[in-house]
Design a protein around this ligand. Structure first.
Ligand code: PLP
Length: 479
């Protein structure tokens, strides 16, 4: 493509994106297609000859956009609502142009050093201590898996060299996490070959926080039975309800038992940049590692997850492997990305985060998170003051867990089943209207609607609109 053509299409695409954001409110949030619809419209074989960018971009409009669920829509309230942002998009664009493989310092000095500096800025914004060094992975799932791998390396049982299978000298290794922990912890343990029985799920209290007494008892019982505890995962902002585990008390149990403490703050960690919310990371000064996802609540386009780790040396010991063709004279003096994980090449992700932090500034980012929390409190107050709705969990961040609970008699099926069905029907009706997108979970056996606010374009008007939609559907479906 000539430079002239590149400029022409580049401008066209930037205009297209600006237009997309200006009119995104008019699009249905959830894709209105059936499984297989897009595939049926695409040729089953690749084009033998190149096609024009004009034709390709026309197909983005015609085929791709209708098949999108719009995560950037301000009425996307499902899962954890997230948000890209203009500086983040520009960062991605430049990163694609540079096409850096951040594997060794010399293949990527800018990426390596910018990552260190940007993550240190973020550490300061979060008021985390200097002992934690940051490293970027793609997702929290991968960050947590690497944290558990580092913890396992610290067990000093030559697992890197000898593995775990066929060994009579190796007891069952144990990781502990609350029953509310994210499934990525289970997957990390499966991936590391520890096996699901290595993960002991600890009960949570009635506000969905890990029960520390039960944790201490489980560790003691395991030790008595010859199991080798090595890691505890605490969560700040669980996926179902955004509950916060009691990290200071968990840290104390870890210290008493010499266990690695990993904190999964993938969703809520970002809120600690808001000065009055710093306390959410209390106890994390005693954590060995902590993950948070700027791609969840720091206006960073997917993907970018940060692992802060106190023992980068253990992470390096678990993963560093330098074949001759990657040896460099400076390797002892510099950080090389490939030493800290399974990947060799890594994307230049730090660029977008650096641009986002510079563009918004600490205060600008904090103001947006604070506003999301205000909107969530506002919505929760409407739920609380309505006789037809109830909150099913506290709202410490910007996620509201609630359900419709109109008076319905006690005739069978049970009221729980009928309320579950009613709430599911309300959610499906709203989602299929295209005007908002909500998701659900189960809390204390009750189907729970989740309204998560995290998009940079979400305003009070969007919250008001979804509240009206919920009440409209309740009236229709409960009658
Ligand atoms: N941890 C928590 C608490 C989460 O809520 C999620 C996703 O929502 C994850 C981990 C996994 O995040 P990722 O998609 O970055 O792997």
């Amino acid at each position: 493509m000539s430079a002239e053509e590149f400029r022409r299409f580049g401008h066209e695409i930037v205009d297209w994106i600006a237009n997309y954001f200006e009119h995104i409110d008019e699009l249905p949030v959830l894709a209105r297609i059936e499984p297989g619809d897009l595939k049926a419209q695409l040729p089953s074989a690749p084009p033998p000859e190149g096609e024009s960018m004009t034709a390709i971009l026309a197909d983005v409009d015609r085929l791709i956009v209708p098949a999108l669920t719009h995560w950037s829509h301000p009425s996307f309230f499902a899962y954890f609502a997230t948000s890209t942002s203009a500086p983040g998009i520009f960062g991605e664009l430049l990163s694609a142009a540079f096409d850096v493989k951040s594997m060794l310092w010399r293949t990527s000095p800018a990426s390596t050093e910018l990552e260190e500096v940007t993550l240190d800025w973020l550490r300061q914004m979060l008021s985390l201590d200097e002992g934690l060094s940051g490293f970027i992975y793609d997702t929290a799932s991968v960050s947590s898996m690497h944290a558990i791998a580092a913890a396992r390396e610290g067990v000093e049982r030559r697992i890197r060299e000898e593995g775990m299978s066929g060994r009579s000298d190796l007891p069952l290794l144990r990781v502990y996490a609350s029953e509310q922990a994210h499934s990525s912890i289970d997957k990390g343990i499966i991936t590391l070959g520890l096996g699901q029985r290595s993960l002991r799920k600890i009960p949570a209290d009635n506000e969905f926080r890990l029960d520390v007494k039960a944790l201490a008892e489980a560790i003691a019982e395991d030790r008595r039975q010859g199991v080798l505890p090595f890691c505890v995962v605490a969560t700040v902002g669980t996926t179902s309800s955004s509950s916060v585990d009691p990290v200071p008390a968990i840290a104390q149990v870890c210290r008493q038992n010499s266990l690695w403490l990993h904190v999964d703050a993938a969703y809520a960690g970002s809120a600690a940049i808001v000065p009055e919310m710093r306390h959410i990371l209390d106890g994390c000064q005693n954590a060995d590692s902590l993950v948070l996802n700027p791609h969840k609540w720091l206006f960073t386009p997917f993907d970018l997850s940060v692992l802060y780790c106190r023992r980068l040396d253990l992470l390096r010991r678990a993963f560093s492997l330098v074949p001759e063709y990657l040896r460099t004279p400076e390797q002892e003096k510099v950080r090389s990305g490939s030493d800290y994980g399974v990947q060799l090449g890594r994307r230049f992700r730090a660029l977008k985060l650096w641009m986002i932090i510079r563009y918004f500034g600490h205060e600008g980012l904090a103001a947006r998170i604070r506003e999301h929390c205000r909107l969530a409190q506002l919505f929760a107050s409407w739920v609380k003051s309505s006789p037809d709705w109830e909150l099913l969990a506290p709202t410490p961040f910007a996620l509201v867990c609630f359900r419709a609970c109109p008076a319905i008699g006690e005739s069978p099926p049970s009221s729980t089943t009928r309320l579950d069905e009613l709430n599911e029907a309300i959610m499906h009706a709203i989602n299929s209207s295209g005007r908002a997108f909500l998701s659900h979970t189960k809390l204390n056996g009750k189907l729970t609607l989740r309204l998560s606010i995290g998009n940079i374009r979400t305003t009070e008007q969007h919250i008001t609109q979804v509240w009206a939609l919920l009440n409209e559907q309740l009236k229709k479906l409960a009658s």
